[in-house]
Design a protein around this ligand. Structure first.
Ligand SMILES: Nc1ncnc2c1ncn2[C@@H]1O[C@H](COP(=O)(O)OP(=O)(O)OP(=O)(O)O)[C@@H](O)[C@H]1O
Ligand SMILES: [Mg+2]
Length: 263
């Protein structure tokens, strides 16, 4: 090999190495930038998830607080007031009182006690519907449906297939979700028909709900979401359940699924 050939080979070698170096550098820079972008994306996603979880927690606490306030108010106004009056009646009962007055005061106290028993029943029934306790989810929903049908405001068709047993808390969650959906239809939809289907799909209990009212667009109306939908989400997050709005030409639809094993 001549001197000039050697110089050309050396030149090619140097250029080659420079190209390889530049390419490697480009790959490394690209990789770092890509990695950074990925991390930033992950961070944004995590922040969104954390915000969402915080929001759910806030809703759960808020509705718990609302429920506590309601119970406190009912206990105070109803049971508390009745107890105070009954105590006043008992205070009036003394041994030297004529028998007829003792009987009258005792009867009044007994009637107050009856009202009080009824009040306590009502408060606990609202906390956990008696029918749910005694007959289970399907019967409880059936009874809820019947009580709304009886008002004549809307016609409801409720279909159910055999479902597996759920824990008490999951049953209550399902019941409250159906209750909220029905309330929403009555409040917002101006619907004439409601369809409720409760069934089993694989290892999920599925509630398919729809009405033929004015409809709801989940994409545009998310901002005006009230406590109702937030409660549904927070109830579902506790039992690892999911919900989505199937597409519809008319009215409102929501599908809820709850895994049996999470109950
Ligand atoms: N079946 C429905 N048909 C039409 N719009 C609905 C229906 N259900 C809900 N919406 C709309 O979705 C919004 C959010 O419902 P959500 O239950 O979260 O709140 P709300 O019913 O307004 O208040 P809250 O449940 O706290 O009393 C409602 O304000 C209403 O505009
Ligand atoms: Mg609502």
């Amino acid at each position: 090999m001549g001197k000039s050939e050697e110089a050309i080979t050396l030149k090619i070698l140097v250029i080659g190495m420079a190209v390889i170096f530049a390419l490697s550098l480009a790959v490394i820079v690209f990789f770092i930038l890509y990695q950074r972008k990925l991390l930033a994306q992950q961070k944004r996603h995590q922040e969104k998830e954390t915000r969402y979880q915080k929001e759910l927690l806030k809703t759960a606490i808020l509705s718990q607080e609302k429920e506590r306030n309601r119970i406190a108010k009912e206990l105070h106004d109803d049971v508390g007031a009745l107890l105070t009056t009954t105590k006043l009646y008992f205070n009036q009962i003394t041994p030297d009182l004529p028998k007829s007055e003792i009987i009258s005061l005792t009867n009044k106290s007994l009637s107050f006690l009856d009202t009080m028993i009824e009040s306590v029943r009502t408060i606990s029934r609202d906390l956990r519907p008696v029918i749910l306790e005694k007959m289970g989810l399907i019967e409880a929903v059936q009874s809820l449906v019947q009580s709304i049908q009886d008002t004549g405001a809307v016609s409801i068709s409720f279909n159910n297939q055999p479902i597996q047993s759920l824990s008490k808390s999951s049953e209550l969650n399902c019941y409250r979700i159906v209750q909220e959906l029905l309330n929403n239809t009555l409040k917002h939809a101006n619907a004439s028909r409601i369809l409720i289907n409760i069934k089993t799909e694989k290892e999920y209990l599925v509630i398919a709900y729809e009405d033929d009212g004015k409809g709801y667009n989940p994409d545009t109306e998310e901002e005006v979401e009230g406590l109702g939908f937030k409660n549904i989400k927070s109830r579902l997050s506790v039992v690892s359940g999911k919900f989505y709005f199937p597409s519809t030409q008319k009215g409102f639809r929501m599908n809820v699924s709850i895994p049996y094993d999470a109950s």
